[in-house]
Design a binder for this molecule. Structure first.
Ligand SMILES: NC(=O)C1=CN([C@@H]2O[C@H](COP(=O)(O)OP(=O)(O)OC[C@H]3O[C@@H](n4cnc5c(N)ncnc54)[C@H](OP(=O)(O)O)[C@@H]3O)[C@@H](O)[C@H]2O)C=CC1
Ligand SMILES: O=C(CO)COP(=O)(O)O
Length: 298
């Protein structure tokens, strides 16, 4: 049993589910901006003093949160967020690199709806880090109902986890327009090819996209109304306003902002990303039926 201290930062849906899981083996602290009545809830300072931190705040908030709150004291970090920063197009590992040495940081990926993890239902996750030692240390904290795998493909896991959110929006749109299961399967399969192409450009290992981090998480979120991103797509297909959809959702849907980052990066690097580009345009007012026509034509 590992006796080092561990804390989750961010008590949203995923932070609370991870806290539940990590609290099975040993006491795990949790903190958040908003104080909550959760077992082992502590203030931020106490959490930051822990040896191991699991950070579960939205991707777009990470840079400012780190700047305002984080001081590196040798902590080992596991990043639970899935997204790409929209304002800069930077990947999360690039943002964290200014605050934490690479060997002290890992990224969680794989199919994992918080609502199931918090019930103790079985799942498999990948811990992606250049340090096998760090993987072994974090693995010790996970309960029996979560099987963990090791990968050193940090960029592949990050891109897969972020990109699948945009594709889940596309799949929700497809469902909302009643385009049928053939269309939806085609969209998901082509989406997988698209995110692999995007990832390869940035040095990702192509095999990450056919494993848990890529296909696993994509199949989960692009096929279920449990996914917030998928529900955003359903709303867009019903011609609802984005603001209205997001208020109704009340939780983060990372694919919305990540679609901006992918649009900018694919333009800058000349990468062919037709589905993500149509999602970006639909979010910005294009009629989804026009997107369908353009995707079928090009
Ligand atoms: N939910 C899921 O099934 C999964 C989610 N993820 C990823 O985990 C990340 C978090 O998602 P999730 O927990 O579901 O989202 P939620 O919307 O449920 O919660 C987000 C939490 O982040 C905190 N937060 C938001 N902005 C800030 C900020 N500026 N500074 C500090 N804290 C902030 C909020 O804390 P407070 O409420 O205290 O203000 C909030 O509770 C996302 O990147 C998501 O893609 C990954 C796998 C599964
Ligand atoms: O990443 C997730 C499951 O692996 C959660 O997806 P949503 O954010 O779309 O709900």
């Amino acid at each position: 049993m590992n006796q080092k201290s561990i804390a989750v930062i961010g008590a949203g849906k995923w932070g609370q589910a991870l806290h539940f899981a990590l609290n099975q083996r040993q006491k795990c602290f949790i903190t958040s901006r908003t104080k909550r009545d959760i077992e082992n809830f502590v203030d931020l300072k106490t959490a930051l003093d822990c040896d191991y931190l699991v950070i579960a705040i939205p991707a777009q908030e990470i840079r400012s949160w780190l700047k305002e709150n984080f001081v590196f004291k040798g902590q080992k970090i596991l990043v639970a967020s899935k997204g790409i920063e929209a304002t800069t197009g930077e990947f999360l590992n690039e943002i964290y690199a200014s605050f934490v040495p690479d060997e002290n940081i890992g990224f969680i990926s794989g199919p994992s709806f918080a609502a199931e993890v918090i019930k103790g239902l079985p799942c498999a996750l990948v811990i992606n880090t250049i340090s096998k030692k760090l993987y072994v240390e974090f693995e010790m904290f996970f309960p029996d109902f979560i099987k963990t795998y090791y990968s050193d493909d940090v960029i592949g896991a990050e891109i897969a986890g972020a990109y699948k959110n945009v594709l889940a929006i596309a799949s929700g749109i497809c469902e909302g327009l009643n385009l049928g299961k053939n269309a939806q399967a085609s969209l998901i399969a082509r989406g997988l090819v698209e995110m692999q192409r995007f990832g390869k450009h940035f040095g990702a290992d192509e095999s990450s996209f056919i494993g848990l981090s890529g296909a696993g998480d994509l199949f989960l979120t692009a096929n279920s109304t449990m996914s917030r991103n998928y529900r955003v797509g359903l709303g867009l297909a019903q011609n609802k306003k984005l603001d209205e959809i997001l208020i109704e959702l009340g939780e983060v849907a990372e694919g919305v902002k990540t679609s901006i980052a992918i649009k900018d990066l694919s333009k800058e690097h000349n990468i062919y990303t037709p589905i993500a580009n149509e999602v970006y345009q639909i979010i910005n007012g294009k009629n989804p039926k026009d997107s369908l026509r353009d995707l079928l034509k090009n």
